[in-house]
Design a protein around this ligand. Structure first.
Ligand code: GAL
Length: 411
């Protein structure tokens, strides 16, 4: 009798949940701030065309990448969005509807989105708050509500919105307009604010977007800046290190696309890059050509221990609590009183570490971790094994530009 009842109750609950979930997304009816924030309770994960393909985007490329996202195990590791960046759009029709390039998207956008959805993945696209995109394609200015409705019709799940050709528009106001348009388009769409940090979006974008770029573009470089302004990944991390207080469920600092597997980053640099993004609760948007991804790069991008730290439900962004110049120690509080700690060697030489936990007390955000009072078990996130406890001195050698990333469990 009881069993029969529960069989009945569960399907009823599912129906009730689906109906109530749909009710909140009626075209023309604005969703609440809470519902909006709930769309990205952990940092979004996916793949973006820009770093490796630039303007060479097409329906077939997106579908091929979606296939590999599944076959490579990336989907199982948590990656979900396939995002087409700039250059998918060529113009607008006489009614102002945005038009995908008929040469590269011969059947339009909808079948591509449907295909990506059929694999259990989600779809994202790019536009711009200005009159043109950064590559001179039609932008969103003046068409925000029309575009949002169009995206909803296509089944778009994620929008990256850039900041070129603003022609005097106030940045915050422009992003608020698009946010309003998305909130009443009838479909949950994650809003990625690509504003380069110029108007300090972390100070106004909570509830407007789910993530906001903190700096200018990333380059596949450990540190420094290339001639057109793009930054190495550690330079970006330096610039957003102090922004930890603005990150949390539904609100993420975005240090840009992952360059893991791109350019001439070494194996250790790729590991450091992924570790710092994981520690920073950064959106994980892979930017490599998945078709030629080596096993080594795949293992980095799908490291489930690092991803679990990135996706931790508290949503904390790591803080650099010890800065010794070439050597740094970062820490991030996790659920269940666990911690993640990352020892970073920025120097050109190996770091022969001799770390005495008993001397370490971390005071952060009105809380203290005192290793002389509490013992933790140490788990190496890259070797996937336990390496002792905080009762003993940690003796390790970290290679040039490498890290030691640990998860700590109170014993
Ligand atoms: C830049 C943006 C990049 C990429 C590019 C496309 O402004 O920061 O991530 O989207 O535009 O043109």
């Amino acid at each position: 009798m009881t069993i029969k009842k529960s069989f009945l109750i569960i399907p009823l609950m599912v129906v009730a949940f689906t109906v109530s979930a749909q009710q909140h997304f009626k075209p023309g009816e604005k969703i609440s701030d809470k519902e909006f924030m709930n769309q990205a309770l952990t940092p979004p994960m996916g793949w973006n065309t820009w770093s490796e393909f630039g303007c060479n985007v097409s329906a077939s490329l997106l579908m091929e990448m979606a296939d590999i996202m599944v076959s490579s195990g990336m989907k199982d590791a948590g990656y979900e969005y396939i995002v087409v960046d700039d250059c998918w759009q060529v113009g607008r029709d006489e009614e102002g509807n945005i038009l995908p390039d008929p040469e590269t998207f011969p059947d339009g956008m909808k079948p591509v989105v449907d295909y990506i959805h059929s694999l259990g993945l989600k779809f994202g696209l790019y536009s711009c708050a200005g009159s043109l995109t950064c590559q001179g394609r039609p932008g969103g200015r003046g068409y925000q509500f029309q575009d949002a409705r169009q995206y909803a019709e296509w089944g778009v799940d994620y929008l990256k919105y850039d900041v070129c050709y603003m022609e005097g528009q106030d940045h915050e106001a422009a992003y608020r307009t698009m946010s309003d348009a998305l909130k009443e388009c009838g479909r949950p769409i994650v809003f990625s604010i690509c504003e380069w940090g110029t108007s300090e979006p972390w100070s106004w974008a909570k509830g407007v977007g789910h993530l906001w770029r903190t700096t200018y573009d990333i380059a596949p470089l450990y540190y420094g800046q290339v001639n057109w302004g793009a930054l190495g990944f550690m330079s970006i991390i330096d610039r957003q290190a102090d922004l930890w207080r603005y990150a949390g469920p539904g609100q993420w600092n975005d240090p840009d696309i992952l360059e893991v597997g791109n350019g001439s980053l070494t194996h250790d640099e790729n590991i450091t890059h992924f570790s710092m993004w994981a520690m920073s609760a950064a959106p994980l948007m892979a930017g490599n050509d998945l078709r030629i991804m080596s096993d080594e790069v795949k293992a980095i991008l799908t490291n489930h221990d690092a991803i679990a730290i990135n996706q931790d439900s508290l949503g904390n962004q790591a803080v650099r609590f010890l800065d010794m110049g070439d050597h740094e120690v970062w820490f991030k509080r996790l659920v269940n009183d666990e911690l993640a700690m990352c020892f970073v060697n920025r120097s050109e030489l190996p770091w022969k570490m001799d770390y005495n936990w008993k001397d370490t007390k971390i005071h952060h955000n009105y809380k203290t971790v005192d290793f002389s009072k509490q013992t933790y078990g140490l788990y190496d996130v890259w070797k996937h094994k336990d390496i002792g406890t905080t009762d003993n001195t940690l003796n390790q050698t970290i290679p040039r530009h490498g890290v030691l990333m640990l998860k700590l469990r109170p014993l």
